[in-house]
Ligand binder design. Structure first.
Ligand SMILES: C[S@@+](CC[C@H](N)C(=O)[O-])C[C@H]1O[C@@H](n2cnc3c(N)ncnc32)[C@H](O)[C@@H]1O
Length: 261
């Protein structure tokens, strides 16, 4: 879907879309997800008090966890996403520090946490396997002994099946979008061309913008080996939002890895 020359130039991921991200995610059950995190922590016998929300995006989960009494810190690569996150937590009068950092080079000084979370396939956005390994090492460095790293990824099955082929053209919605994806099994890269149209509310004008998102599919074997190589123990995988092991057709997997005491 090549961009219309009259449209704004194509941006890479999480730029122009940042102010609209929460509208796009309106149907996402963050509350249910936070319950799920609690369930997995409990299952693994841990009760974290401090949490780093890595690749926190617009900070919806950060905010939810903070309202539940966790001491939360957030970090993300995108300045636009963090701007929204800071505004939202300011409005809610919550104290959450947000840092703009690449997960692969995470450096929060001597800050350490009981738990690090990285949700909603953020890790798939790191396209270079060495940088994923580097992110694992940086997470380990910021965990307290016994601390847990909990993250989810889109599986190769999900990316190959075209889960990013989505559109919304409902008349009663101000934000319309059309996404088309292509998965290359050789490189394991999924490229998603996204076109957005936002109705500016005066009946005629629209803001049109594009983003290109790229995700890489990582195998269970690679991620598990890399977690252990980084120094994690007790790596457990779950079919998303359940406590079942991965299935052949799991579209999302959760990984829970523990930093040894
Ligand atoms: C799908 S969004 C998920 C955001 C949030 N975790 C949520 O659940 O709504 C992916 C996020 O990953 C961030 N991201 C992508 N690559 C990153 C990297 N190398 N380091 C840190 N954040 C990254 C993006 O900026 C974006 O906010």
């Amino acid at each position: 879907m090549p961009p219309d020359p009259a449209d704004s130039p194509v941006e890479t991921s999480f730029g122009a879309v940042s102010p609209f991200y929460d509208t796009l995610m309106a149907g996402v059950p963050y509350r249910f997800w936070s319950d799920y995190l609690g369930k997995l922590w409990k299952k693994h016998g841990t009760q974290p008090k401090s949490v780093l929300d890595l690749a926190c995006g617009t900070g919806t989960m950060s905010r939810l966890l903070a309202t539940r009494g966790f001491a939360v810190t957030g970090s993300d690569l995108s300045a636009g996403m963090l701007e929204v996150a800071r505004r939202k937590t300011g409005d809610a009068d919550l104290s959450i520090d947000f840092f703009q950092q690449d997960a692969a080079e995470l450096d929060l000084g001597d800050l350490c946490f009981d738990a690090v979370i990285c949700l909603f396939d953020s890790l798939n956005y790191i396209l270079d396997p060495e940088r994923v390994q580097s992110a694992f090492a940086r997470v380990l460095a910021h965990l307290n002994p016994g601390g847990t790293f909990l993250f989810d990824v889109n599986t190769e099955y999900a990316l190959a099946e075209g889960m990013f082929n989505q559109s919304c053209t409902r008349r009663d919605e101000a934000l319309h979008y059309r996404w088309r994806s292509r998965y290359d099994p050789l490189t394991r890269l999924c490229t998603v061309h996204m076109r957005f149209e936002f109705d500016l509310g005066n009946g005629t004008e629209k803001q049109i913008f594009h983003e290109v998102h790229r995700q890489r599919a990582y195998s269970k074997e690679d991620l598990s080996v890399w977690l252990r190589a980084a120094g994690f123990a007790d790596v457990t995988l779950y079919d998303a939002y359940s406590t079942d092991p991965p299935k052949k057709r799991s579209d999302r997997l959760f990984y829970l890895a523990v930093k040894p005491n």
